[in-house]
Design a protein around this ligand. Structure first.
Ligand SMILES: [Zn+2]
Length: 344
C-alpha cells in the first residue's frame, strides 16, 4: 500500500496531502467561469492555474503588474494556495514562447506557492525521436529553473516519458543535478485510457523518489482512487467543469452520468449543499450548480478514501468494490494490484 499522508510546507502555511488542485481557467477566456468553491468546500482551498495564459492575457497581466493580486483577480481569499504550472500543456501544439527564467518570474509575480517547470508534452502521434527531444528539453528546462529558483515557493520538476525506465532515469538525473521539492508527471492525459501503462509509469515515478509526486491532469472521479492507491501526493482536474459543460453529473462510486438519462428523478443521489436542496430540474438549468456539485463529488471521493484508510479498513477490499462496476477500470485496478504485489 503506497497511500500516504503528508504535509507540504508552503509560503501560505501547511497543506495536507494527498490533495486535489481544481483547475481554474482564469486567463484562458475573457473571464474565469469557475464557480466559487474556495471557502465552500473546505479541503479545496487550493487551485491550479496556468501561468502562461495569465501572462498572455494583456489587460489581466497589466492589472497584476500594477499591484492587483492574482487572488483578487480570482476573487478568492489571499491565503488560497496556488500551484502555477508553466502552461506547458499548450506547447503540445504551439511553439515554446517562454524561458525557464521568464516563467519563474511570472510565477513569482503571481505569488504562486508551487511552481511547475516549463515542459513540452509528448504526443502519441509524434515519432520516438521527436518525443525524445521533448523529454530532453523538459529536463534542460527543469535544471535551468533549479538554477534560477530563489527558494520562494516549492519547485516541482515536470517529468515526461512513455516507459517506466525513462521516467525513473529522468527523476534520478534531476535529483542528482538539480534542486527540486517534488516532481510532476506530465503527458498522462493523451494515454489516459491506457490504465495499465499509466499505472506502470506512476509506479516507476513513485519508486524513483520519496519526494512529493504530482500527476498532471488525471484527478477525475475514476482516476482519483487509483492515484491515491499508488501513493500520488497531489493531482489536478478540470473534469468538474468539463463534465458540467457536457451535462454530466458525477457520482462518487459510479462515475459520470448524463443528466438526460436520469431526467425522471426529482432528487439526486447526493446530499451535497447543491443537490441536498435543489431538484434535478433546477440543477439541469444551472450550470454553476452542476459544476459545484461535480466538485463536491470529487471531494466526496477523496473523503471516502481517507475514511477507509483512517478507519483501518482494507483499502484493496474497498477498491475491489469501487471498481467492480466497470470492466475497463476493474482490469486497470487489478493490474495495479499485481504490480504492487511484485514491489513488495
Ligand atoms: Zn451533489
Amino acid at each position: 500500500m503506497l497511500y500516504r499522508r503528508r504535509k507540504l510546507d508552503l509560503p501560505r502555511g501547511e497543506l495536507d496531502t494527498p490533495v486535489l488542485f481544481p483547475v481554474r481557467n482564469i486567463g484562458k477566456r475573457s473571464s474565469d467561469n469557475t464557480p466559487t468553491y474556495v471557502g465552500t468546500i473546505p479541503e479545496f482551498s487550493a487551485a491550479m492555474i496556468n501561468a502562461r495564459s495569465i501572462r498572455n492575457r494583456d489587460p489581466m497581466w497589466q492589472r497584476i503588474s500594477n499591484g492587483v493580486t492574482l487572488r483578487e483577480e480570482m476573487d478568492v481569499p489571499e491565503d488560497t494556495i496556488v500551484f502555477a504550472d508553466s502552461g506547458g500543456f499548450d506547447f503540445a501544439n504551439e511553439e515554446v514562447d517562454t524561458t525557464p527564467a521568464k516563467t519563474l518570474d511570472t510565477q513569482s509575480q503571481l505569488d504562486a506557492d508551487i511552481l511547475g517547470t516549463v515542459d513540452i508534452p509528448l504526443s502519441r502521434e509524434n515519432r520516438a525521436a521527436e518525443n525524445q527531444r521533448r523529454i530532453d528539453q523538459s529536463i534542460e528546462y527543469a535544471l535551468k529553473a533549479s538554477d534560477h529558483h530563489d527558494g520562494v515557493g516549492l519547485l516541482f520538476a515536470s517529468v515526461h516519458g512513455y516507459d517506466p525506465e525513462t521516467i525513473r532515469n529522468n527523476i534520478q538525473y534531476l535529483e542528482k543535478n538539480g534542486e527540486f521539492d517534488g516532481y510532476a508527471l506530465g503527458s498522462m492525459v493523451p494515454i489516459r485510457t491506457d490504465y495499465k501503462k499509466i499505472t506502470k509509469l506512476i509506479l516507476s515515478a513513485r519508486n524513483a523518489t520519496d519526494k512529493h509526486l504530482h500527476v498532471y491532469g488525471l484527478g477525475g472521479l475514476v482516476y482519483q482512487p487509483l492515484l491515491l492507491y499508488l501513493g500520488v501526493d497531489s493531482f489536478d482536474s478540470s473534469a468538474f467543469i468539463r463534465s458540467a459543460g457536457n451535462r454530466n453529473y458525477l457520482i462518487p462510486g459510479f462515475g459520470g452520468e448524463e443528466i438526460r438519462n436520469i431526467e425522471e428523478l426529482d432528487r439526486l443521489p447526493c446530499p451535497c449543499p447543491v443537490c441536498g436542496q435543489k431538484e434535478l430540474d433546477e440543477i439541469r438549468e444551472d450550470r454553476t450548480a452542476l459544476t459545484q456539485h461535480n466538485l463536491w463529488a470529487l471531494a466526496t471521493e477523496l473523503r471516502r478514501f481517507r475514511y477507509v484508510a483512517e478507519s483501518g479498513r482494507d483499502i484493496e477490499e474497498y477498491l475491489d468494490l469501487r471498481f467492480s462496476g466497470n470492466e475497463v477500470t476493474k482490469r486497470a485496478y487489478e493490474t495495479a494490484k499485481q504490480q504492487m504485489r511484485r514491489l513488495t
